[in-house]
Design a protein. Structure first.
Length: 386
């Protein structure tokens, strides 16, 4: 059945993301460049939900809430069909004169232009703030960054890295409350610079540190107690600020001729592969999150994750032309089918741009990431009698 004859379809698709989010009473989302990011309003997954302010694509990395317009968002959250969602958004259908329809279209287009301008201003402001934090960092050797990497079983890797990591002795931990950012804690932190495809700085990745903890990461505190989110879960010791889309942390980029790129989701996973010399002479870059490594995925009837890239996603990560061998590391501590589909999506995208590219996925093992494997081996070695 087609719904193209109903003027409310265009009206609903053109509605502002923020207006619909407010009407649905979705809370806890914060602006990250072009997206609103936060807990999923359907499954409650912490920092798993995002909705693009311009493209209006929404997606939860934990449940099946995903789609490409505000009608779909209402359908998914209210549990209603297409026509009921139109009624919810626009009211009962009424005949509207062509002139009025044209006027409304012009208003929507103007609203879209203003929203795009505002989103770009926020994106540039976030990049500027990220650059300020990065500039306040110092070289990592001899600091808690070096000790943190030792805790993670990565002693001695710093001299072999590009200048993409820095140390901050007391970085504020900010949370967004009552429409403003407030500081709740201040801790030593490892800073990592993300670079866009044109090699420009575009984002800072922050890991708050406490090298006395078993994993080296800080427990974020508030008023003398461990800080929690709206779901009662501990606040994460890792955050990004800036524009992550298509960017990565270029941990190791050899100075001689090379053709292999090894990429993991996190810094520790990728450095573990480097530490193990998994691909001698290769570059080792961290993609920060699976969604960034994969890019937007096509929808396929009957499948939750198609594993097929949406080639219209112009800002998705793709390796530089010199890469003829691309290795993605699959952590085993994420949902396996979703992880495999996203990695497949990213690799197929890369091969579509470079048919000569050879790509593969390396798995860490069920329930663990690659760094967990390294730490377990180190622990076993220490316990073995000499």
């Amino acid at each position: 059945m087609t719904h193209a004859h109903d003027h409310r379809v265009d009206e609903a698709k053109a509605m502002s993301v923020t207006d619909v989010v407010d009407r649905l009473q979705i809370t806890g989302l914060v602006t990250n460049a072009w997206e609103l990011v936060g807990p999923c309003p359907k499954c409650g997954g912490d920092d798993r939900f995002s909705v693009h302010l311009k493209k209006k694509l929404f997606h939860c990395r934990k449940c099946d809430l995903s789609g490409g317009d505000m009608i779909g968002l209402v359908m998914g959250l209210e549990g209603i069909d297409f026509r009921a969602a139109l009624d919810w958004l626009c009211g009962p259908r009424q005949e509207i004169a062509p002139a009025e329809l044209a006027r409304r279209k012009e208003l929507r287009e103007e609203q879209d232009r203003k929203q795009a301008i505002q989103a770009e201003k926020k994106r540039q402001a976030a990049i500027a703030s990220a650059r300020e934090i990065w500039s306040s960092g110092t070289p990592p050797i001899g600091t808690d960054v070096e000790r943190y990497l030792e805790v993670r079983g990565l002693a001695g890797v710093l001299p072999g890295l590009s200048p993409c990591l820095r140390f901050h002795p007391a970085l504020p931990y900010m949370v967004f409350e009552d429409k403003r950012w407030i500081e709740i804690d201040r801790r030593p932190a490892m800073l990592a610079a993300l670079q866009s495809p044109n090699e420009k700085f575009c984002c800072v990745h922050r890991t708050w540190l406490d090298v006395a903890q078993p994993n080296g990461k800080a427990i974020i505190m508030r008023d003398g107690k461990p800080a929690v989110d709206a779901k009662g879960k501990p606040l994460k010791a890792k955050k990004t600020l800036g524009s992550t889309k298509g960017a990565c942390i270029r941990l190791v980029t050899p100075g001689q001729q090379w053709n292999t790129l090894v990429m993991g989701e996190g810094i520790e996973t990728t450095l573990t592969a480097f530490f193990a010399d998994a691909a001698p002479g290769a570059a080792y870059w961290a993609g920060v999150d699976l969604g960034n490594m994969a890019g937007r995925m096509l929808k396929e009837p009957g499948k939750r994750h198609s594993g097929l890239p949406d080639m219209d996603d112009a800002r998705a990560f793709r390796p530089p032309p010199w890469v003829t061998r691309l290795i993605y590391i699959a952590d085993g501590d994420s949902e396996p089918k979703m992880t495999r589909a996203k990695l497949d999506c990213g690799l197929k995208r890369a091969m579509a741009f470079n048919p000569m590219l050879k790509a593969q996925i390396v798995r860490a093992g069920a329930g663990v990431d690659l760094n967990d494997v390294l730490l377990r081996r180190s622990e076993k070695t220490e316990k073995e009698p000499t």
